[in-house]
Design a protein around this ligand. Structure first.
Ligand code: SF4
Length: 450
């Protein structure tokens, strides 16, 4: 009985969408308590092995605190070069699984209320859930890890077998090859029982159990498990979003949702100047900063991530030249001077803090993320800014290559037709840079008049 209880706890700790997870939510009851200090939480967080406790602000005191810290962790893990795991070690402490399940559901609801399903914020949350699952699994002792994985896969499979098509995104990211999966009639064979049932009689001279370990393997199972839960999380958020159009959300969720709207860009801006202040995609832009609201459709489509063909050219050629000239020298086509980046950004801070983060972020949004399978494209981006074939921007290398000028609409239509979806702002222009300049000018003017 005791073992069963331990396993139940671990199932919802890895899969908050499990039946146990849903029962925890039913028991939690009153969402008005989200901000109330929770002694058990504070106690467990403080006593988590390796948790840094010297700074009181690192310790979440209430469920809401925990929810915000969970988002802060996701942002830091992704963006902070000096990320310190000891500040968030409690997220891997199974003793707070109930709190963890509650804040997972609360965050899904708040995110669905505030953001679109394909938005950067939703993806940040869903991706971070996948990372958490893998990190938590890695901390479990191997024997209980296997039980948990099998139990969760069993539960997920109650909707039917796991089809290879449901994990095609993992395959697209090249983290997993289709040839590495064992597939029978479109279903993935993951569990030992299924394997033995389907293939036992095919191995006469070897142990079928041993072949199962060689052919399926734990890491494949863990990766698929995390991807499946990520997918279920996405679907869950989409269902809440749909429902929130008809049903009024709890005021505590609405309040958290509007806090997240400020909290996420504020936290990201600590590591990425592109989002700094009130600028960036999250608000009104300060003069001089890039204004993503004024980006033409082809650039908006690139920034959101390119998943089909043309991904490399979209980032390396189209976005790199557009973002750098739009920010530093939008008059390029009206001038006949030859110009270098350092002529307009002498200490390269704008390039480092605003232009490259925008380009790298867009590269990361691609499917598969650009640098994951082609890290050398970073060097090509640096070279298109005029700093030679190097992995970093360095003034001493400037001039080794030339600063690539923005592509014309004609070229984009020819080489990247899937990105060109002209709207009214494209009328009568022949380059995305001109489209941006005109739109930004109009927007600045309207803002002043207001
Ligand atoms: S017309 Fe030009 S600016 Fe507009 S979407 Fe197409 S390529 Fe971009």
């Amino acid at each position: 009985m005791k073992k069963k209880l331990i396993i139940m706890a671990e199932v919802s700790y890895i899969n908050p969408l499990s039946i146990e997870g849903r029962e925890i939510i039913k028991d939690y009851g009153d969402l008005n308590q989200l901000e109330k200090e929770d002694e058990y939480l504070v106690e467990e967080v403080t006593h988590t092995t390796n948790q840094k406790i010297s700074d009181d602000s690192l310790i979440p005191k209430s469920y809401k605190d925990l929810a915000l810290k969970r988002i802060q962790w996701a942002i830091e893990k992704k963006n902070n070069k000096n990320y310190n795991q000891n500040e968030f070690e409690y997220l891997l402490n199974e003793a707070i699984y109930k709190q963890d399940v509650v804040i997972f559901h609360v965050l899904c609801q708040a995110i669905a209320t505030q953001f679109n399903t394909g938005s950067r914020e939703t993806r940040l949350f869903v991706e971070s859930q996948g990372i958490l699952i893998q990190e938590r699994l890695a901390k479990l002792p191997p024997s209980s890890r296997e039980d948990i994985i099998d139990e969760i896969l069993d539960e997920i499979k109650t909707d039917g077998a796991i089809k290879w098509s449901s994990i095609k995104e993992v395959i697209a990211t090249k983290k997993l090859k289709l040839s590495e999966l064992l597939i029978k009639d479109g279903d993935i064979i993951l569990q030992q029982d299924d394997f033995l049932y389907n293939f036992e009689d095919k191995f006469t001279d070897r142990s079928p159990e041993r072949m199962y370990n060689i052919l399926v393997g734990d890491s494949v199972k863990e990766l698929i498990l995390s991807r499946l839960i990520m997918q279920k999380t996405e679907e869950y958020i989409a269902r809440i979003k749909e429902m929130s159009a008809r049903v009024e959300m709890h005021p505590a969720i609405v309040e958290l949702a509007s806090e997240l709207k400020e909290f996420i860009p504020d936290e990201i801006s600590k590591y990425n100047q592109y989002y700094a202040g009130s600028g960036g995609i999250y608000g009104t832009v300060q003069a001089g900063k890039l204004n993503p609201d004024a980006f033409p459709p082809c650039i908006k489509n690139t920034v959101e991530g390119v998943s089909s063909g043309g991904r490399n050219d979209a980032i390396v050629l189209l976005l790199t030249s557009f973002a750098s000239y739009a920010r530093l020298y939008p008059r390029i086509f009206a001038s006949d001077e030859t110009i270098k980046v350092s002529d307009v950004d002498p200490d390269l801070t704008i390039t480092q803090n605003e232009i490259l983060p925008l380009i790298f972020d867009a590269a990361d949004n691609c499917t598969p993320p650009l640098f994951e399978d082609q890290p050398q494209e970073k060097i090509n981006i640096i070279s298109k800014l005029g700093f030679g074939m190097h992995s970093e921007i360095d003034i001493n290398h400037e001039g080794e290559t030339t600063w690539y000028t923005p592509m014309s609409c004609e070229k984009i239509k020819m080489h990247l037709p899937q990105l060109c979806k002209p709207d009214g702002s494209c009328k009568g222009i022949n380059n995305p840079l001109s489209c941006y300049g005109r739109k930004k000018f109009q927007m600045d003017k309207e803002k002043k008049e207001e």
